[in-house]
Design a protein around this ligand. Structure first.
Ligand code: ATP
Ligand code: MG
Length: 254
């Protein structure tokens, strides 16, 4: 389905990707975790060629993305939703028009694009704000609208780049719950970059740990996060144990 093989990408002397490989099967949700600067965003962007890797291969349903014609690449991107690390909604457009954009760019009639946008806004609980301008929205609301825009074309593949990193803890839960239900209802293949281990445990089929531009360990979340073999995995497991301990102490009133 999605095959990423040995991607390399350098920015000057900085090696952002150093042999990044990952396979994701149809309908699978794979969570990517790793320290800041290890190449997670570069890897996601390389999949849809927003970043041009120096070498390596990405294939989607057997087709090499770098061999795609401009039309094929456009079609692939149209069938792929991308939720960015920071909201990139268009401030001077309404919520509805932001979400209508992918449909309009795909050449759909305005009526069809509008219906699909309302449906997507409904799915993320933002239909009532359709007429509002995005500049007046809270961070969590903006991220919901960004998610609606990513799913409006009923994508086959959704790439999530730390969709909760700019949100306060209450909104984080809110958005993670929404993502979890979308991962079930959309049936799309999902690659999710997040530091939220709880989400990974509940929603991921597999977790891939990335360090210094490559995947250092991958497998079922329970194994990777509870019984890891890599140094990075052991660091994540220690963090999880720490938060579980803190929660227990809180529950017992300590
Ligand atoms: N456009 C760019 N120009 C120069 N260097 C870049 C560029 N994009 C990324 N880098 C560098 O490449 C490395 C990997 O960046 P990337 O954004 O992929 O990391 P990340 O794992 O997503 O980090 P974070 O968790 O902070 O989002 C970093 O050292 C970053 O500074
Ligand atoms: Mg990033």
């Amino acid at each position: 389905m999605l095959r990423v093989r040995d991607l390399r990408k350098a920015y000057g002397s900085r090696q952002a990707l150093a042999g990044f490989s990952l396979d994701v099967e149809q309908g699978e949700t794979v969570v990517i975790m790793g320290p800041s600067g290890c190449g997670k965003s570069t890897a996601l962007k390389s999949i849809i060629r927003l970043v041009q890797p120096d070498s390596g291969v990405v294939t989607w349903r057997g087709r090499d993305v770098s061999d795609m014609s401009a039309d094929e690449l456009r079609a692939f991107r149209r069938r792929t939703g991308f939720v960015f690390q920071r909201s990139n909604l268009i401030g001077r457009l309404s919520v509805l028009h932001n979400v209508m954009l992918p449909g309009a760019m795909a050449g759909e009639s305005m009526e069809r694009a509008r219906c699909a946008a309302y449906e997507a806004l409904e799915a993320v609980g933002m239909a009532e704000s359709a007429g509002a301008f995005v500049t007046g929205l809270s961070g969590g609301e903006m991220q919901r609208v960004a998610i609606a825009r990513a799913i409006v074309n009923r994508p086959d593949l959704v790439l999530w780049d730390e969709p909760t990193s700019a949100l306060d803890p209450m909104l984080v839960i809110d958005i993670l719950t929404l993502m979890e239900s979308l991962s079930r209802s959309l049936g799309a293949t999902m690659v999710v970059v997040t530091h939220e281990a709880g989400f990974a445990m509940r929603a991921a089929d597999r977790v891939a740990l990335v360090d210094c531009g490559r995947v250092v360990e991958e497998g079922p979340p329970a194994r990777v996060l509870s019984c890891p073999s890599s140094i990075l995995g052991r660091r994540y497991a220690a963090c999880l144990a720490y938060s579980a301990g803190a929660q227990k102490e809180k529950a017992s009133g300590l």
